[in-house]
Ligand binder design. Sequence first.
Ligand code: C6P
Length: 420
Amino acid sequence: MATQAASAQPSLDVARIREDFPILNRMVYGKPLVYLDNAATSQKPRSVIESLVDYYENYNANVHRGVHSLSMEATDAMEAARTKVAKFVGAETDECIIWTRNATESLNLVAHTWARAHVHEGDEIVTTPMEHHSNLVPWQELAIAKGAKLRFLPMTDEGTLDLTAVDSVISKRTKLVAVTQASNSLGTINPVEELAQAAHAHGAKILVDGAQSAPHMPVNVQDLGADFFAFSGHKMMGPTGIGALYTKREILDEMEPLLTGGEMVLQVTYEKASWADLPMRFEAGTPNIADAIAFGVATDYLNNLGMDNVRKHEESLTEYALERFSQIKEFTVFGPRSVELRGGIISFHNENLHPHDLGTYLDRQGIAIRTGHHCTMPLMGKLGVPATARASLYVYNTEAEIDCLIEAINGALRYFRNGS
Ligand code: C6P
């Protein structure tokens, strides 16, 4: 398929960017792949893939424990990656970044450490109706265990948070506000700074789920006022199996580790142990060395593009996609209409065409979208649908691919209506 939509955003040469992603050359059912499932996981540039091979071919060794050259090289590369990831999200120091497996593990780390120690009976945890299960279920579990209460900021019909309710929902009983910066089902971008101010005014902490924001827009955790920020490498061009948790330094200093054992100790006797310095205190056992290094390479790639440019390209593409979707009357598109309020995630639904049937039809045209509840089951209930179809964009997507999607959706409507 043609990639003429590089013109959509003059500051980025999208045709050139696409050359960095080997997978974008593949065919599916004889058609060029149109990959629109980036919210589930992004594709990887060659530099990231090659960094994995380089590690295993040239300096594979365990970290932080060897005096031999390979171990020191691996340690240096992994710690350099931590520095890159810390800089990428604007963390005050490298030690504020803890490696995890993914955003889900980062969120659970907060729930099982800081929150277990600070949330008590009668306290409140404030969240939103649009959270991914990974930023909802840990708080439900905590509330049950502690006798705390979960409260939800209300949402407008357009799928934005109703900020007029902030003062009545966030109160002195609030211990934690847990909010996604960008919704994976609606595309909505939430005003995290305002929520952080409200949380801090009442002495509460704010945890930001950055799984869908860090890959797509400039993020600075200090400017946001985030106490915790959770994100995954695989949604931002890095490999699967590596994620990170940012935690404000003064909070991290007081947090107890979740896992204990090797790597995270300073002194061990037969009776007891003391903990290593940050960040290793939270990284028991051999870490995911190769993937951490490759995560750092992914941030290099994104920095070279410039996160402002990534965001601008996706805004322009989302505007184009929403305009094209508005021409298909049979579908409801969820989430805010203004591209300033949303990212490039477009969930849509037609009550006469099941999302799974549509997704299967599109797959036969080489188009990858996601269908289902997107791990936001309660939100689906609120929207009054069992599931949606979802196209999610990234910096290598083009207007021509959107055209392809729209043409195929029209084809699906004809096929399921007339059988041809
Ligand atoms: N959403 C999606 O298709 P993990 O799986 O831990 O890397 O990310 C979890 C997660 C947390 N928060 C948000 C807002 C997310 O979108 C996700 C992952 C994918 O929408 C897989 S369900």
